[in-house]
Design a protein around this ligand. Sequence first.
Ligand code: FES
Length: 109
Amino acid sequence: MPSDFITVAHIDDLPPGRCTSIETDDCGIALFNLEGRIYALDNMCPHAGGPLGEGTIEGEHVSCPWHDWKFHIPTGVCQKNPTPSLNVPCYEVRVIEGAIQIARPSQSS
Ligand code: FES
């Protein structure tokens, strides 16, 4: 089933080693550029709602700016307590002619 992608940023606004928070109509997205690879996680930290897109990147991990919990950026796995309920949802990402696009969550009800 094809995904529905939406443009959330331009690659020029997210240099390598940087992250940012994006608000869409559906949800908040944390975008990361790890050496040219773009990743998108849900922006809301499962601990207390901190904005992960405003965190600090350390290798392949981001530290939440509120209480320093760490998450693996490519998978969303919580490093402090890696149980499924504390992992962060990941979004499929593609870059088309410089436009960073994420797959819209398919919840049509
Ligand atoms: S809100 Fe993210 S670590 Fe507490």
